[in-house]
Each structure stands twice: as C-alpha cells, then as structure tokens.
Design a protein around this ligand. Structure first.
Ligand code: SF4
Length: 50
C-alpha cells in the first residue's frame, strides 16, 4: 500500500494539495546531534517552486 505524507509546505514544488508527491524524501536532524522533538528535524527534499 502506498504511503502518503501530509505536508503543509505549499511553497514546495513537491506539494500537491497538502500531500507530498516526491517519490522519496529525506529528513535530517536540524542542527542538533540528537533530536527530541519534531522542530529539531527538517525535510531536506524541499525545493521552492520556481
Ligand atoms: S518534499 Fe518535504 S517539504 Fe516538500 S512537500 Fe514533500 S515533505 Fe513537504
């Protein structure tokens, strides 16, 4: 079954009606060595709409 990723970052070119259309995304820690809550993570696949 296909997974769906809900995402509200509508300015990303992969975003379609608040769902991510990228075939795969990469999420990394956001400047910390050990994340303990979601703001310490970020989507590296984000691309601004041109
Ligand atoms: S690539 Fe990341 S930021 Fe862009 S729509 Fe997908 S989850 Fe959201």
């Amino acid at each position: 079954m296909a997974q769906q990723i809900k995402c509200s970052v509508s300015e990303c070119q992969y975003n379609s009606d608040m769902v991510c259309d990228a075939p795969m995304i990469q999420v990394d820690r956001n400047g910390v060595s050990k994340a303990s809550h979601s703001p310490q993570t970020k989507c590296e696949t984000f691309k601004p709409r041109s």
